[in-house]
Design a protein around this ligand. Sequence first.
Ligand SMILES: NC(=O)c1ccc[n+]([C@@H]2O[C@H](COP(=O)([O-])OP(=O)(O)OC[C@H]3O[C@@H](n4cnc5c(N)ncnc54)[C@H](OP(=O)(O)O)[C@@H]3O)[C@@H](O)[C@H]2O)c1
Length: 348
Amino acid sequence: MTITAAVSGASGYAGGEVLRLLANHPEIEIGAITAHSSAGSRLGELQPHLLSLADRVIAETTPENLAGHDVVFLALPHGASAEVAAALPEGTLVIDAGADHRLEDPEAWFRFYRSEHAGTWPYGLPELPLGGGHTQRERLVGARRIAVPGCYPTSALLALTPGFAAGLLEPDDVVIVSASGTSGAGKSAKPHLLGSEVMGSMSPYGVGGGHRHTPEIEQGLSNAAGAPVTVSFTPTLAPMSRGILTTATARVKEGVDGASLRAAWEAAYGPERFVHLLPTGQWPATQMVLGSNNVALQLAFDEHAGRVIVSSVIDNLTKGTAGGAVQSMNIALGLDEGAGLAQLGVAP
Ligand SMILES: NC(=O)c1ccc[n+]([C@@H]2O[C@H](COP(=O)([O-])OP(=O)(O)OC[C@H]3O[C@@H](n4cnc5c(N)ncnc54)[C@H](OP(=O)(O)O)[C@@H]3O)[C@@H](O)[C@H]2O)c1
């Protein structure tokens, strides 16, 4: 039986990547393709790389246009998903790439987004260790609403949760710095994202605890630790179109050594097909994972500082958004978890 999927936000980066993956998915037929100001345009004008869909005409994002499909992907600015999702039937699998349904704490939502909390959906990060040998995957089986993680949280949570789930890390001294390519900020024109501003230059932003992904990272780490975890998170903008490199460090508990740290990460990700702990001494680079749904990680124990240092890389548009969304869809619908998802990156 063919499964139909509608994609909103189809003119944007996240929606375009969802379409790229679905066009290669063996079980999915792409139905309505919708957006906002570009409604009425040919998709080929806005996403010229999606040649097989070039003549499809973009419709307006309305519940009516999205209804009647088995799956609906929402790739809209945050705040725009909740109303559309609420108007879709309960039996439709709705997968939100935006932030609206990720946070469990309404106060944290209000503090960072300044609007009413729309509720919490199962979190679309299947490999996330939950402690006790459980993973987030179990909560996605049969789900009909899924909140895809933010791109920085995907890289940061996969970097550190094995250590918290295994009880090896202190919860009050976590520092995370991430470098992201410019596509993480979306496709709409912004002066600071002009080529002449970004090429050959790197800069921090959202410094001092203000970035909206901070509560999402704290939520995932706290759930794994079973106690509140405090995070200092600093994102930076890197001169590349795709990719995130995260460097995450935490103080280890008394008596923890390098071997027990490595064993925890190996146990968490050994069975995973998309999360790769690299051989000791090999460090990840963003180019390794471009265009794929992979995450590559490495860790080191800095004995002098008493800290674990973990580097992780993802493609923000693939594992960091659309890949995570398609992987979660596959699990929810009982399909092969890797259907439609590339396991090989593009290099050089
Ligand atoms: N970019 C990433 O790496 C990334 C990673 C993780 C999560 N996300 C999330 O994915 C969502 C989309 O991000 P993006 O990077 O794809 O942004 P984008 O490139 O700016 O695209 C935004 C899309 O939303 C549509 N849109 C704009 N205003 C709308 C409205 N009021 N109602 C309905 N549709 C509207 C736009 O349509 P028109 O162009 O036709 O106006 C466009 O298709 C965001 O919530 C973002 O946080 C993005």
